[in-house]
Design a protein around this ligand. Structure first.
Ligand SMILES: Cc1cc2nc3c(=O)[nH]c(=O)nc-3n(C[C@H](O)[C@H](O)[C@H](O)COP(=O)(O)OP(=O)(O)OC[C@H]3O[C@@H](n4cnc5c(N)ncnc54)[C@H](O)[C@@H]3O)c2cc1C
Length: 410
């Protein structure tokens, strides 16, 4: 790659902005092209698990994250119907007041997290109102074409344009994301108007029902409460994958709720409704000068809270590989895929397994599994291997561990 050609990131979502921040930190000239005319995220919460915090911290974002997020001390799972406690996950303990997995587990208002990432970028390299419509590959680069009639020539293209990725479509043709059989309602409440303690001692409760669950947690300290529901659904008949919802219809989906949960649901005055779309895990993550990351590469159900977290791991690993492989960036991208694909696939599978376990009608079997994991020191959903991951130590550790292939340094 001629070193003079910049890197283009298509998509200014959480994954694209983080990738640009990580690459900029190593001195690359990176341009982000986002279709929207202003940057924004849905009004909802997002969990950033410890290993993703570690990746972001390694990019120099630790203090900004601490200022914008709320570090959760743990999470309790209750029955949606009786309120009975089913399990508890501690993110901190006496020996590890800032996080037993080596870093805080943060919750953010999505807009705050996005702002934090934007502030890490050069505004002159953030191109809004640029919807990528086509790509043309050359021997030494790629030209991006945009619907606004402009074009940009890059040495490498990072496709971070989400689940309905245009870059993915260019590479692999029609490969449409499919409805996963699950749908989501999202709402935000005024946290100060509800009784203190309604979200338990961690301020974070997951309510488990049959074929559904609801996550409720505080954001911005205790200012806002996030509600995200997830239910099995036969089909998705709405025109878009995100549409405004009706709070009464949202409430009607969860009959027989325990009193605290009912109070939360009754407080909803505005909500949105989402169909969850996905793809099977695939090794189609790009080739040559075009690399997919985030949901464009590995969409997953939100049952492990890992979609954005995996995009952050991608961003960090990608920057490390490209920095270490400046004289052969195509080999660096191949190395990135070699490391990231097995991990992202395993997380995609875990998200699916969590969904089946949490929504299973067989309470007793689930409780046995929760208890067995807790006895073994794991979280009820078996997340230790994900949270305990060390992006800085493992960015170039290949799964197969071929002794002949010396890791790249950098
Ligand atoms: C209900 C729900 C809850 C979730 N909770 C969590 C959680 O707690 N923790 C977690 O880690 N993850 C969570 N996720 C997943 C997470 O939101 C996604 O994985 C993450 O946002 C993906 O980021 P991305 O940048 O890859 O894609 P996106 O966020 O989809 O961003 C893609 C960007 O590309 C732009 N774009 C698209 N096409 C083009 C084009 N042709 N040209 C230019 N720009 C384009 C879009 O406008 C968008 O800005 C959740 C998801 C859902 C649905």
């Amino acid at each position: 790659m001629p070193e003079t050609l910049p890197i283009a990131v298509v998509g200014g979502g959480l994954g694209g902005l983080t990738t640009a921040a990580a690459l900029s930190r190593y001195g690359f000239e990176v341009h982000v092209f986002e279709q929207a005319t202003r940057l924004g995220e849905v009004g909802a919460g997002i969990n950033i698990s410890p290993q993703a915090t570690k990746a972001l911290t390694a990019m120099g974002l630790g203090p900004a994250l601490a200022a914008a997020g709320t570090a959760a001390t743990g999470q309790i799972q209750r029955s949606m119907y009786t309120g009975e406690q089913l399990a508890e996950t501690a993110f901190t303990d006496d020996d590890h007041p800032t996080g037993r997995f080596g870093a805080p587990y943060y919750v953010f208002h999505r807009a705050d997290l996005l702002d934090t990432l934007v502030r890490a970028l050069d505004p002159a390299r953030l191109h809004l109102g640029h919807r990528c419509s086509d790509l043309v590959e050359h021997a030494d680069g790629v030209t991006l074409r945009f619907e606004n009639g402009t074009a940009f020539r890059a040495g490498l293209v990072i496709g971070a344009d989400g689940i309905h990725s245009r870059v993915r479509q260019y590479l692999y043709g029609t490969d449409e994301a499919r409805f996963t059989g699950q749908m989501v309602w999202r709402a935000l409440l005024d946290g100060r108007s509800l009784p203190e303690g309604i979200l338990g001692r961690h301020g974070f409760i997951g309510w488990i029902g049959k074929g559904c669950h609801i996550m409720t947690y505080y954001l911005r300290g205790r200012e806002v409460i996030n509600i995200t529901t997830q239910s099995d659904a036969d089909s998705w008949v709405e025109e878009g994958w995100s549409v405004p919802g009706d709070p009464d219809r949202m409430r009607a989906c969860f009959p027989g709720a325990a009193p605290e949960l009912q109070l939360l649901l009754d407080s909803v005055t505005q909500c949105s409704k989402w169909g969850l779309f996905g793809r099977e895990p695939s090794t189609d993550w790009g080739h040559d000068r075009i690399q997919l990351i985030g949901d464009a590469a590995h969409p997953m159900l939100p049952n492990a809270g890992q979609g954005a977290a995996q995009a952050f791991e991608d961003a960090y690993a990608l920057a490390r590989w490209l920095n270490a492989g400046r004289d052969d960036p195509l080999a660096a991208l191949a190395g990135f895929r070699d490391v990231r694909i097995p991990r992202a696939h395993a997380v995609q599978r875990q998200s699916l397994a969590n969904s089946r376990l949490v929504h299973a009608g067989d309470w007793e079997r689930r409780q046995e599994l929760f208890r067995a994991r807790e006895r073994g020191g794991d979280t009820p959903l078996g997340m230790n291997w994900i949270y305990g991951y060390e992006p800085e130590a493992e960015w170039n550790v290949r799964r197969e561990y071929p002794l002949s292939a010396a890791p790249v340094s950098g």
